[in-house]
Design a protein around this ligand. Structure first.
Ligand code: UD1
Ligand code: CA
Length: 460
């Protein structure tokens, strides 16, 4: 199927007061991506050719986030929140094409899928002027009801406060997603008034106005979950749970084994190749890719990291942004890696911090090794050469280079470069005192018996 070219208008000027947050509602994240980001990337996947975002006047941060996802985005400011029709009117002039379909949706419905957007837009193909995405609500309270005729055309959308008791019994509801066969049809919005219970300009009134002009509206349905709007923190958590479920199913369908899927947290952009195994209780933040046959063991935390083929991570490993692990390398328990390339077959197996560094091919970094990358002002680089061996509990004070094949003796504090193949040790030499333990014990027991004697004398 060739995708229809269409424009889109995303409404996000609402206050979102129930979130009790200084952050605008649509910037709250689900699976590591803002709700607005989900809606915009979905539009991109569906093939939207132009997108206009409607925000409140003071929402620069909302516009900035939107531009991260759609560089060609245009925005319109709705000065006062006078209703959904008013919001669309604020955006109308920014739509370049009068002929192509235009879809209106909300910035706070992060679970909407691109396939559904495509279905709604495609609904305008066969001469239908307006297509509304509807759903059958378990509890329709608060939603606009879709009132349909015998042919399945929509006669009107009735908002909760205007609905009669029999209309309130209708469970087919308006999701808020509405497509118009052409942007020219948005001129119908000029006829919408605000003589209603809320004193708002309801976009939903456009259906009756269109019908009075002989234009046809129809409904496309989707599941209630998909058009769930997020208005509170509890709903944010609910949307997160639904999204996590969806992402887990997706990575498993693509060939990953999740031993205990409900304990693994993924991000919207997580890329996992075939035959990757993820053990229980793993958190994967934004920007992570995991190549074939890698194993992520229990209780690991990853963000902004690339894991190579056959690599083994964890248990209890932390990969921070810029960690780039090549094939077959091993990062073990209680190891933190940041902004570091670990080359093929290298090992950092226990209790280490490696930041702003390169660990060469086949190198071995011992337990307790720390790259001292920060001097309180700036970050510095550590280079550990191919095949180098860093003994346990060493501090590598950056900037510093450990040459290929070099050894660092355990417990060293390395402040100067180590040449290829050399051994560097900085700890003081071990000395030995023969028979010291026995002499110490004898002295202790003599002390003790003297003390007892003193006590007896004092008590007598
Ligand atoms: C709206 C629909 C209702 C539908 C419901 C689905 C109308 C009149 N009603 O009701 O039929 O069942 O959504 O959730 O359209 N917004 C602006 N500017 C405004 C007002 C709203 O940008 O002046 C944005 C909000 O940020 C939000 C969206 O539009 O993203 C919906 O607004 P909201 O006030 O939540 O509409 P509802 O009353 O829930
Ligand atoms: Ca709402």
């Amino acid at each position: 199927m060739t995708k229809a070219a269409f424009a889109s208008i995303v409404l996000a000027a609402g206050k979102g007061t129930r979130m009790k947050s200084r952050l605008p509602k649509v910037l709250h994240a689900i699976a590591g991506r803002s709700m607005l980001g989900h809606v915009l990337s979905c539009l991109k996947t569906a093939g939207a050719m132009e997108t206009v975002l409607v925000t409140a006047p003071d929402h620069e941060d909302v516009r900035a986030e939107a531009l991260n996802h759609v560089p060609a985005l245009r925005s319109a400011v709705q000065v006062r929140q006078l209703g959904t029709a008013d919001a669309v009117k604020a955006a109308r002039a920014e739509i370049a094409s009068r002929e192509a379909p235009v879809i209106v949706l909300y910035g706070d419905t992060p679970l909407l899928r691109s396939e559904t957007i495509e279905r709604v837009v495609a609904g305008t193909d066969n001469g239908t002027d307006i297509v509304v995405l509807g759903f059958d609500a378990a509890d329709p309270t608060g939603y606009g009801r879709l009132l349909t005729d015998a042919d399945g055309h929509i006669e009107a959308i009735r908002e909760e406060l205007e609905a009669s008791p029999s209309e309130r019994a209708v469970t087919l509801c308006n999701s808020g997603v509405i497509a118009f066969r052409s942007a020219a049809l948005l001129d119908l919005l000029d006829d919408i008034g605000n003589d209603n219970a809320k004193g708002e300009y309801y976009l939903t009134d456009v259906i009756e106005i269109a019908r009075s002009k002989g234009l046809a509206s129809s409904v496309v349905e989707c599941s209630e979950d998909e058009v769930m709007g997020v208005n509170s923190r509890a709903q944010l958590a609910q949307a997160e749970a639904l999204m996590q479920h969806r992402l887990r199913l997706k990575v498993m369908a693509e060939g990953a084994t999740l031993v205990s899927p409900e304990t693994v947290y993924l991000s919207a952009d997580t890329a996992i190749a075939e035959d990757v195994t993820i053990e229980p209780h793993v958190f994967i933040g934004p920007g992570v890719s995991i190549a074939r046959d890698a194993v992520i063991r229990a209780f690991s935390h990853l963000e902004g990291a690339a894991v190579g083929e056959r690599a083994s991570i964890g248990p209890y490993a932390r990969l921070r942004p810029g960690a780039s692990l090549s094939e077959g390398c091993r990062v073990g328990n209680f190891v933190e890696i940041k902004n570091t390339r670990i080359e093929a077959g290298a090992k950092v197996n226990h209790l280490a911090y490696i930041g702003d560094a390169r660990v060469g091919q086949g190198a071995n970094v011992g337990a307790g090794t720390i790259t001292c990358n920060y001097d309180g002002a700036a970050k510095h680089f550590t280079d550990i050469g191919d095949g180098a061996f860093v003994g346990s509990n060493s501090s590598l004070v950056a900037p510093v280079t450990i040459g290929p094949g070099a050894y660092v003796g355990s417990g060293s504090v390395i402040t100067k470069d180590v040449d290829a193949g050399a051994l560097a040790v900085t700890r003081s030499k071990q000395s030995q005192i023969d028979g010291w333990a026995a002499r110490k014990k004898r002295a202790q027991s003599e002390n003790a018996s003297n003390n007892r004697g003193n006590k007896t004398a004092a008590g007598g």
